[in-house]
Structures are given as structure tokens and as C-alpha cells.
Ligand binder design. Sequence first.
Ligand code: GLU
Length: 304
Amino acid sequence: MDYQQLIERLYQETKPLAAQGKVASYIPALAEVPASRFAISLITRKQEKFQTGDHQMPFSIQSISKVFTFILAYKNLGAAIWDRIGREPSGTAFNSLIQLEHEQGIPRNPFINAGAIVVADIILSICKNPKQTLLDFVRTLAGDQAITFDKQVALSEKTTGHRNYALAHFMKGFGNIINPVDEVLDLYFHQCALAMNADQLASSFLFLANEGTNPFDQQEVLNPSRAKRLKALMLTSGLYNESGDFAFRVGLPAKSGVGGGIVAVIPKQLSIAIWSPPLNAMGNSIAGIEALERFTTYSGQSIF
Ligand code: GLU
């Protein structure tokens, strides 16, 4: 398969579709990102790289970070994590409060905001220096020590994060947040503010194409069974309340963020990251989804 030719084709065909979306505007740092940015970065299990567009330009990974924090918590707690978080698609918006009332403060899955906030609470309970632990973990996964938090984004997340405060306090009312809400959200806002480029993102998910083992240092990140479960969660809940449609159109486990990034994995083969900031109404990159749909269509590869 000539992946370079394929991603150049995707670039040409899908970049114009970004004009149909809107760049996230709830914080200045996201609102100011040019809508025309577009990157595709693909890395195979054998570490062959295929890249095009703005693939070296860092952007705010936002909800994609929920996968990294989930892994840290899951590695530590194992199956006990399911006492505090569900594993069903939510069908509601990523920052919705509605289900939490019905479900007694237990979030539907780790990839909606409420679930990620519980995960942040778990990490706070198990790590002395949670932000540094997260940073070290992501750097190791990506095989790149240059990754950092964008402090400006973290601060803006805090000043505009009213719904996240509401979610955290609400869950604390149900006893599902142990640590002080300010500390839990400080970690959550920093994880959303991780700045990575498409190359780093594709590399950091490559372990999921390698049955849970980081191909850069041969260390096991998750055992094959847990890696399988994580991919199942990404397939069913990785794109907010558009996860079903994405599975239908693309057929790959993936995770998106409101910064316009989407990263997807073909087990045993490759990881691919796309960045195009304009979003659809669900908060997912319009051109990113289209590029991934055409990627699986043209290559004939998907998990189905
Ligand atoms: N940081 C934003 C929030 O917590 C959005 C994260 C995302 O969904 O990408 O509301």
C-alpha cells in the first residue's frame, strides 16, 4: 500500500470540507487557530512514517487526553475502575449533566467529561505529582520528550470551565469524587491543554496497534486483553455522541478532541492522526472524519 500517495489524496479531497465546520470558540487559544490548518500523520507498526500538511505544528489535544489518563488509572485500579465509571456509550453531549442524575453520579464512560473527571480524581489519589506523571507517560508513549502543557490553554479552561465544575461538584455530592474539586479539575484542565502535533499523536497511540506494547521501548503499556478493552471503548465512545455514526462510516477505534484532532488505530497495523480544527455540531473535526472515512474506504482496511 502506498500510504504517502493515499494521504496526499485524502489531503486534497477532504481539506476543503473544513469550510463547513466551526473552530471551537469557548476559549481564545482555540478560537484563534486558523481554520485552514490540516495535518495527516500515519505510522505503521514497523515505524514507517507517512506525513503531510501541518503535521509538525502542535495543537490542543483536548479530549484525546482522556485516553492517556484512563490508561494510567486502569493500569493501577484494574477492573475496580468499573465501580466508579461505566462503559456504555452516552448518547448525550460530552459535557452533559443529565445522565448523572439518573445514574447516581456514575458517568457512562471514561471519555465524556464526567468520566474523565472521575479518572482525574483516581490519578490524584494514586500519584504524588499527577501532572508530571501524566507528562512523563505521554512523552514515553510518543517517544518524544518535547511534549508540554500549554499553560495559557489550561488557564482559559479553568476560567471558562463552569460546566466541568458543576459536573465535579455534582459527582462529589454522590460520593464519586474523593479529592478537592479544585485539585481534580486542575489536572483535568492541564490534560486538556496538552499540546501535541499530529506526528506525536500518531506515535503515542501506536502501542494500540502493537497489542499494548510501546514499540519505541518495548515496554508493555497495557496487557493485550486490556488493550483490546480500551480499543472497544474507543470504538463505542471515542467520538462523543457521534460514536455510532463514526463506527458506521469509518470502522476504527478512535478518539477525538475539540481542538480538531482525531487519532485512530488499525490493530496490528498502524496508527493515524488527523488535525483539522473546524468542528461539526457534535464537536468533532468535520474534515477529519471525512478523511478517515475515505482512508478506510480507499485502503479497504478497517476492523470489520
Ligand atoms: N476542554 C473542554 C471541556 O472540558 C472540551 C474537551 C473536549 O471535549 O475535547 O469542556
